[in-house]
Design a protein around this ligand. Structure first.
Ligand code: HXC
Length: 258
């Protein structure tokens, strides 16, 4: 059954999740985030899926958490219901890669959701920002932590304190997005990247993701040790032998995900 606030579709090993509340510029409410968490869990568990693409509409990836749904919350309610943590954090435990394909606005929680993905491909018209300060709050889904890690302290402060938006070119220069493409090419580019990833051994992809993420969680020496252990473990796999033999024999590898 299709969820109410998402459009789900698969193309071979690639799952495409489209945020679908266009009239509210994909404002992220509980119902949508519940459905997103369920969809991510489903694709993470599905052996047939190798990569997920998350996108929005032409006008907005997501214009933030749903302000109408938040406006009447008081402190005790936000705390007791574990607002944000309860249904926004599923993305963090995804073991398969998730690519954000961002067109239009990615603001507040929308920018934070994009940053939770493994990398961001942006359309030329994409605009990123953490403008929560305008409505009397601060970023609450990781914006004060992931944005400085992505773009450095100065730009993160600028965005969070002045509420100004950053266009796609600036976001690419700053390192927030991996590539900027014409809007008409956005989905093709993201799906192509996902298909490329799916052509590599599944476990190797997951291990590479795990290692890169470790860079944000540990001191360099621990991160290097973690990487080295994972790297060594790949010499126990069929696909390492196959990949290297194929290179030396000048042929395409036949990976078996083992
Ligand atoms: C609820 C929203 C919304 C939002 C837009 N809409 N953003 N509804 N929550 N975050 C609704 C509008 O109310 C309007 O509904 C419809 O979407 C179209 O928006 P407009 O404002 O008419 O469009 P436009 O003039 O083109 O301006 C686009 C915009 C503006 C610049 C993106 O909508 C805007 O500033 N939105 C809020 C951005 C923001 O502050 N985001 C951070 C939210 S806080 P109607 O019914 O009037 O047509 C947040 C907290 C994060 O994200 C921490 C926890 C996750």
């Amino acid at each position: 059954m299709q969820p109410e606030n998402l459009l789900l579709q698969t193309d071979g090993p690639v799952a495409l999740i489209r945020l679908n509340r266009p009239r509210q510029l994909n404002a992220l409410n509980d119902a949508l985030m519940d459905e997103l968490g369920q969809a991510l869990a489903m694709y993470d568990a599905d052996e047939a899926i190798g990569c997920v693409v998350l996108t929005g509409s032409d006008k907005a990836f997501a214009a933030g958490a749903d302000i109408a749904a938040m406006a009447s919350k008081d402190y005790m309610q936000a705390y007791r219901e574990d607002f944000i943590t309860r249904n926004w954090e599923r993305m963090r435990s995804m073991r398969k890669p998730v690519i954000a394909a961002v067109a239009g606005y990615a603001l507040g929680g929308g920018c934070e959701l994009a940053m939770m993905c493994d990398f961001i491909i942006a359309a030329e018209d994409a605009r990123f920002g953490q403008p929560e300060i305008r409505i009397g709050i601060i970023p609450g889904a990781g914006g004060t932590q992931r944005l400085p890690r992505a773009v450095g302290k100065s730009k993160a402060m600028d965005l969070a304190l002045t509420a100004r938006l950053m266009d796609a070119a600036e976001a690419e220069r700053a390192g927030l997005v991996s590539r900027v493409v014409p809007a008409a090419r956005l989905l093709d580019e993201a799906m192509d990247a996902a298909r490329t990833i799916c052509g590599f051994p599944r476990h190797t992809v997951m291990m590479a993701k795990e290692c890169v993420n470790r860079a944000f969680e540990s001191p360099l020496s621990d991160g290097l040790l973690f990487e080295r252990r994972v790297f060594h473990s790949l010499f126990g796999t069929h696909d390492q032998r196959e990949g290297m033999a194929a290179f030396l024999e000048k042929r395409q590898p036949g990976f078996e995900n083992r």
